[in-house]
Design a protein around this ligand. Structure first.
Ligand SMILES: [Zn+2]
Ligand SMILES: [Zn+2]
Length: 335
């Protein structure tokens, strides 16, 4: 049976109804009936071919929640009817050093859910079952969907860069990613500072878990946090002067990029050298990290703050994401 989806047929084009015949279900594959799919900024980048990897027709969508409707002959860990989530990655080679050490998100042969494959703006999808992660009962499908890309993107660095409750953490940008990073950092037990160029976000940032708020246009306030933070995660996709944030780090501190500024990041090495500071970046997370992240989110009542639209209103929903007027994450629902 054909899968009903929404596809862009050209760069920057509106999405239109599109049907395709799925590939045969492989032994490790599952087919999901999609209930919800979040919209991530990466979907817009794909539609616009910003990364020069897009091919059309392009079905975006990589924050998928659905139930298993059929499973391949080798699938033992998922049952028909079970609720699962799929993020940016739909499969990996499973035999390289990265896969064998549980770091599937670093596999050179990984396949993206909606780049080179048809994604989650659809009624169904087929993916490798090992990349379909069970959703804990405590999480609603609507709030869980954005965790599958946005959530793991900000959670994974906390695990891999050894953030601990003893640390003071900064979050730059209070948007789709940042509002999740604040919740995770607070639940980790850290002292949390939110940085935003929008002064009006101060009270909401505190609601999401920030102990402190710094308006980044206030140079004096930015200077006042110098030497106080152990770890800063940048969630903003904007260019800015990064040196005040390097200065905000304590010795051994790290500035980690999960948002991607358009221009190269440039800081004087001397700002890093004396305090042995570093700059890092981090892509999504492995299936096991996603499992841990969902478990942690369920235990600490962490979820995305969402706006929901029916799947048929995908173009209106995309426009709101493009205009940056969503507070804080858009989710499409199949009704
Ligand atoms: Zn994403
Ligand atoms: Zn691999």
């Amino acid at each position: 049976m054909e899968i009903k989806a929404f596809a862009a047929h050209a760069t920057k084009a509106d999405l239109k109804p599109f049907q395709y015949e799925p590939k045969p279900l492989g032994p490790f594959d599952v087919e999901l009936k999609i209930s919800h799919c979040g919209i991530c900024h990466s979907d817009i980048h794909l539609i616009d071919n910003d990364w020069r990897i897009s091919s059309y027709p392009l079905v975006p969508g990589h924050e998928i929640v659905g139930t298993v409707t059929s499973a391949g002959t080798m699938v033992e860990h998922l049952k028909v009817g079970q609720r699962v989530g799929v993020g940016w990655q739909r499969s990996a080679c499973m035999i390289c050093d990265m896969c064998m050490s549980g770091q599937h998100n670093l596999c050179p042969k990984q396949q993206a859910t909606c780049a080179g494959n048809f994604g989650g703006f659809a009624d169904r999808i087929r993916v490798d079952s090992r990349f379909a992660i069970p959703i804990p009962n405590a999480l609603s499908s609507e709030t869980a969907a954005p965790l599958l890309c946005g959530g793991i993107t900000v959670f994974s660095p906390f695990m891999n860069f050894g953030v601990s409750p003893l640390h003071r953490v900064g979050v730059i940008g209070i948007g789709g990613l940042g509002h999740l990073a604040l919740q995770f950092a607070r639940a980790f037990g850290c002292e949390v500072t939110a940085f935003s160029h929008t002064r009006e976000k101060a009270s909401e940032a505190r609601d999401f878990g920030a102990h402190h708020f710094v308006w980044t246009k206030d140079a004096e306030k930015l200077k006042a946090v110098a030497g106080t933070l152990d770890f800063i995660i940048n969630t903003a996709n904007a260019d800015m002067d990064w040196t005040p944030f390097i200065e905000a780090l304590r010795p051994n501190g790290k500035l980690c990029f999960v948002g991607v500024p358009p221009s190269p990041v440039s800081v004087p090495v001397n700002y890093l050298l004396g305090g042995r500071k570093s700059i890092a970046a981090s892509p999504i997370g492995s299936p096991e990290e996603i499992r841990k992240m969902l478990d942690f989110a369920a235990r600490h009542h962490i979820g995305a703050k969402t706006e929901m639209r029916p799947m048929e209103e995908v173009n209106e929903a995309l426009k709101k994401v493009r205009d940056n007027t969503v507070r804080y994450r858009m989710v499409l629902a199949n009704t």
